[in-house]
Structures are given as C-alpha cells and as structure tokens.
Design a binder for this molecule. Sequence first.
Ligand code: TNX
Length: 540
Amino acid sequence: MRNRFIQWTILIAALGGINAESANQETIKEDVMKEEISIIPQPMSLKKTGGAFTLDRNAVIQLDSSGEDIAAIGGWLGEWLSNALGSEIPVLAANAVPANAKRIVLSIEEKNEPLGEEGYELTVSTQTILLRANRPAGLFYAVQTLRQLLPPSFEKSGAAAASCAIPGVEIEDRPQYRWRGALLDCARHFMTKDFLLRYIDLLAYHKLNVFHLHLTDDQGWRIEIEKHPKLMEVGAYRMEGNERYGGYYSKKDLREIIAYAQARFITVIPEFEMPGHASAAIASYPELACDGQSISVLTEWGVFKNVFCAGKEGAFDFLESVLDEIIDIFPSPYIHIGGDEAPRDHWQECPLCQKRIQEEHLKSEAELQSYLIRRIEKFLSSRGRRMIGWDEILEGGGLPPSAIVQSWRGMDGAVTASKLGHDVVSSPNPFVYFDYPQEEKQVSSKPDWMILTTMEKTYSFRATPPELTPDEAKHVLGAECALWTEHSPQEQVDQQTFPRLCAYSETVWTPEKALDWQNFQKRITPHLERLAALGVDYYR
Ligand code: TNX
C-alpha cells in the first residue's frame, strides 16, 4: 500500500512538472504514461497547468454559500476524503477557514451562463482547489471529476493514503445532452433495493441523470399498487421449476430509491408497460384481457399475445388507477407507458375491441392501439405529466405532440418522431443494448444472439441522427442505454453493464467532436482500476 502511494505521489508530481529527484527516472516515465489524467466521461476542456495540490490531513473544505445542496455535497466530499485520508477533513463556512489554509472551495454562483444547469469549473492550483457551478447539479459533477483526479485506492473503504498530490488543472465542463439515461429491467429479474441504490451511485459517478426502471412485464410485476393487491400476490412471482421466483418494491422502497437518486441529481422514471408485455397483470386479473382466460405469470422470454383489452372500460379504469398510484409515488415529470411489441391478434377477434373500432371510427387495430395510447396520454396530461413510450407509439398516427418517443428499433423512430415535432430519446438496439453479448465467446450459450455489442460499437453511438436539420435535432433530448435482464439476474448485471456504460456515458456527455476512441481506450484502463476499487464486477 505504502509503495503504491509513493508511486502515485511521484507520478502525479511528475505529471504536474515537479522534479521528483530521489525517484528512479525510468519508473517514473513508465508510470506517467500509464497513469495520465484520465477522466470518463472526458470533460469538454482540460488544461494541465503544472504544479500540484498536496492533499493531506491539513486540507479543509470551504463552503462559499449556505444552502442545503452545497452542504450536502460538501458533507459527502468531506466524509469521503476523511475516510480515504484516515483523518477528519473539516467542512467549514468561508469565514471560519484559517487565512493560510490549503482549501477545497465549493461554490455555487450564477456566473458563467454557458455552464448551464449541469456544467462546472474545476481548478487545481498549489494552495486551492476550486469547484464552481451555477447550480447544485454542476457542483455535484465537479466532485465526480475530482474523485477521478485521485488514485483509485481512494474509492475503497478504509484509509488509502496519508497524502496525495493532485495535478494542477483547469477544467471547464458541461454535458452535451440533458437526458443521459440508463434503463434497468427489474421485471425479468428482480433486483434488491440495495442493489438499485448502488447502481444509482455508479450512474451518478458517470454523470448520468436519468434512471429508467422497467417495472412491469410478462414475467413479473414489481410495484406495489394498493388498489389491486393481486398484482403483488400473483403478478410479482413466477414458477422457476418448483421454486416461486420474484418480488416487488413497496411504495416505501420506491420513495427511498427516488430520494437517493434525487440527492445524486438523477430522475427516476417508472415504466408501466401497456398494452403488451402485460401477462403478469393479466395473470393477476384475467378480466383485463379480451377473452378473460386465466393465465400464469410467464416463465419464457419473447413477445406474447397477452395484451390489455382496448374495448373494455374496466381495463382503462385499471390502467388509470395504476397510473394514479405511480404518479403519487414518482415525482418524475415523465411517465413511461411502454407501448412496444403488442400483437393485435386478440383485438381482431374481440367483439368489444371491434365495437370500439366502429364507435370511434377507427380503421384498424393499429388505430385502436393509437386510440389507447392517446387516451392514456390525455390522462397523464390531465395529471400534469408527460408521456414517454417506445417508438411503436408512432404507429396508427395521431400521437399528441407533447408525447416523447424512445427510439429502440434502430434510429428510424428518432428520425420520424423528431421530423413530426416530438421530443426524442435515442436507445438504438444494438448500440446501447447491454443485454447483447460483448464478444464471440459469450455467444455460444445463446445461439439466437449473434449480434455483438462491443464497447467500441457502443462508443460509436451518436444520439442525434445525422439526417436531421438543426431544428429537428433540437428535439433529441438525449439517450438511454438499456439492460434487459432476460439472461441477467442481479449477479450478472455488473458484467453486462460495465465497462460498456463508461463508453456510453461519454457519448452523451462529451461534445461530439471530442469523442475519440483511441484516446478513450487509454483512459479506460485506469478507469477499470477505479471500478474495481468500487467493487464493480466489470466484464474482463
Ligand atoms: C425488445 S426494447 C424489448 C424488450 C426485450 C429486448 C431484448 C423494447 C422496447 N422491448 O422487451 O427485453 O428487446 O433485447
């Protein structure tokens, strides 16, 4: 440990231009090349300024203003540094800091408009580290960057070093996109609450700000809805052999997850799938389907014909009452209603669906689907929320302009939707689909999955389709990567997510012209050490 610390001090000192006389020059050179400053996602601008700030037990954290956010961010940083340095780093108001103290200054001050809501400046000089942002989110991201200027051992619990030299830099940074999301499918496999909290920490570390929870599907219902208790009694579990497998999140769990995410500037967006991927709900309440036949929560993967009936008013009552409880739990301005992969076979044979088609002067089952989507959109708008759905919600036409389209079948949905004036979130399969294998050797056990999503492929992802005009491109809010978990129980999630998520984070944060795969490859190696220190079981 001590050896490692000395190496770090020397190499960081060397990076900063300090002459580490007593050290063996050969070793320094090698280490310097290995351990360049490497931040992921790459900041918009970074200049090395020489010199270094020696961080040790004498440093203090200075808060330049009062307020809950700055106190929380300073408090977190103070605890984290105290833990790593093995001695208390005080967090003080500006007037309580001794005149000649070495200080880490946190400042929230509206000054530099281009930094926007999420940008920040980070300056490291010999006596001071300054983190400044217009808004709390920016300050939070400045802290994430500062973490990456320190050795990976600082991420482990327990004292890492008594001191450490941080290279002199000037960083100015802000995100490329305002919607930088990650989807986790907790329906196909259930993940514990603690696991989700840890996942949120890892998203925040990569400066992502949307956590999309896929909560309902054919193989499980994962959200407590008081009005419909069978969703939890029946829908939340499936049989795996002789074992009952599943679980769901209580409202209390979800509120805790949401608050935890909010403290890390992450919005949690819930997804309630309709009209398809509805088997777990229909297993709980068969009357929601056209034929009313009872079914079991499914144990196989794929696309199934069990969809909500679009002819029965009772089915709409169910959808709306569930949405009301979801709205009550989730403060997110956006509610995801799925909308993908909904076969219309049952609707073709259902007298009530056919009656609805006639009465509403619809021309087809596709239009019946868009009738359902429009009705739900109207309901959500009446509750002050915006609807988001997968690109199938474009089918059948008539989608209200405020609806957001999430493009997953490649980028066609993104192009069509933004040309129609809808806001768009890009999630093209397979580029940002982390359920796909990352190399050939992973494929053998899943013969139908021959498409690879390598880290390089993910890095080549661009949220904005090149064919859009500048005005159309303004509709691209950003992107989401997705981990569908048919083949990934909780213990597999790290391997599927990392390190591809690191590459993805850069595509949504870093300005497009600064994206550079060669350069990223150099930075990912030290970044993997950080992930290891954080206990991430990344794919090797
Ligand atoms: C398609 S992406 C789905 C998911 C599957 C995924 C597997 C989307 C809207 N629907 O239900 O899990 O493919 O890659």
